[in-house]
Design a protein around this ligand. Structure first.
Ligand code: ASP
Length: 355
């Protein structure tokens, strides 16, 4: 996969500039009038459906994945590609909008938040539930507003939202807090454990106290290593020792996101405890997150999570599954030392968790 540059609107007397990064997804699709099936459009075609963009007082340029992909095909390599495009063009633009399929957008937004250090400009993910080329599509509103948000600045020139975020329907949310919550509604994303960064209606309301800013000003740098030797293990009543044993013994396994019940509870069965303990003693990092979408893990609150603590499982607090998996891959890619991974896993790096 490569990226291809294409300019859309040439600089006029416009003050701010935004780079669109097309990766694919429904937002970049149109209906083939002959077959009625959905197929990817090229960048120029997508933008031609939104002539209103010319009315914005913003210079817009674009870079596109080639070919555009459905977000089910996104991999850590795609995240590296997005990060490299941002780094390459960082000084030329005030903000970046990533057009992405909705299915894995929350993973990509979380991954990018961990990859980009020293970020002082907005990186906003958006997409749509209906293709840009069909009537009633939500693509137009989502894209226009995301571009406005990416270009927005304070009077002193600082970006309004200098973090990786996700805009959908009427909410700007911290990227690493989001989850795709609905396959059909336009209100497709939610941030269950963290309030919105901005809300759009007649006016755009920014909630300044919710917005993350890097405390030390430093040049942008990107981390590009991920170790995907991890697994998500979702427990259920009746799960067998055989299943858990085979998963924890996957050759090369380095990390497990353990999705437990309620506030972090799991069966008290001795075999379960023994298998987890054996795995952590081998150096596998096991992070406990909740199957509930809102709220936090509180290990030790019930007897059913005391064993997890004793087995060396660490708390993922209120991390989403998307943030937990991308953060674990990111930390395992960056550090060999398991203790360092565990320590950082339970520390907020980019506002992704509250202890
Ligand atoms: N399958 C599409 C994707 O994630 C769905 C979408 O964009 O809404 O690429």
């Amino acid at each position: 996969m490569s990226t291809q540059k294409s300019r859309f609107i040439l600089p006029m007397e416009k003050t701010n500039s935004v780079l669109l990064i097309f990766t694919g997804g429904t937002i970049s699709m149109g209906e083939n009038p002959n077959t009625q099936s959905l197929a990817p459009l090229d960048t120029e075609q997508v933008l031609s459906f939104i002539p209103e963009l010319k009315m914005l007082n913003i210079n817009i340029a674009s870079v596109s994945f080639h070919p555009l992909i459905d977000s089910s095909d996104i991999t850590p390599d795609s995240w590296v590609q997005i990060a490299e495009v941002i780094q390459e063009h960082y000084n030329q633009f005030d903000g970046f909008v990533v057009l992405h399929g909705t299915d894995t957008m929350a993973f990509s937004a979380a991954a990018l938040s961990f990859m980009l250090d020293g970020l002082s400009k907005p990186v906003i993910f958006t997409g749509s539930q209906l293709p840009v080329g069909v009537l009633r599509s939500d693509a137009k509103e989502n894209l226009i507003t995301a571009i406005e948000l990416a270009a927005a600045k304070h009077e002193n020139g600082d970006a309004m939202v200098p973090e990786v975020s996700l805009f959908f329907e009427d909410k700007l949310m911290r990227g690493n807090r989001t989850t795709k919550r609905n396959t059909e509604e336009f209100n497709a994303f939610a941030s269950f454990n963290y309030p919105e960064l901005a809300k759009t209606g007649v006016h755009i309301k920014y909630y300044q106290h919710n917005i993350h800013r890097e405390t030390v000003a430093q040049p942008l740098s990107i981390n590009t290593h991920f170790d995907n030797n991890i697994v998500v293990l979702k427990i259920f009543p009746g799960i067998t020792a055989n299943t858990v044993k085979s998963i924890l013994n996957i050759p090369g396994l380095r990390g497990v996101v353990l999705e437990t019940f309620g506030s972090g509870n799991a069966p008290c069965a001795e075999w379960f405890y023994e298998l987890l303990k054996e795995a952590t003693e081998k150096g596998i990092v096991i992070v406990n997150i909740s199957q509930c979408r809102a709220g936090s893990v509180e290990m030790g609150r019930y007897e059913t999570s005391v064993n997890l603590l004793k087995a060396g499982v660490i708390s993922g607090y209120d991390l989403t599954m998307e943030a937990a998996t991308t953060k674990l891959m990111f930390l395992l890619g960056k550090y060999d030392d398991t203790n360092e991974v565990k320590q950082l896993m339970t520390t907020s790096l980019k506002g992704e968790l509250i202890r």
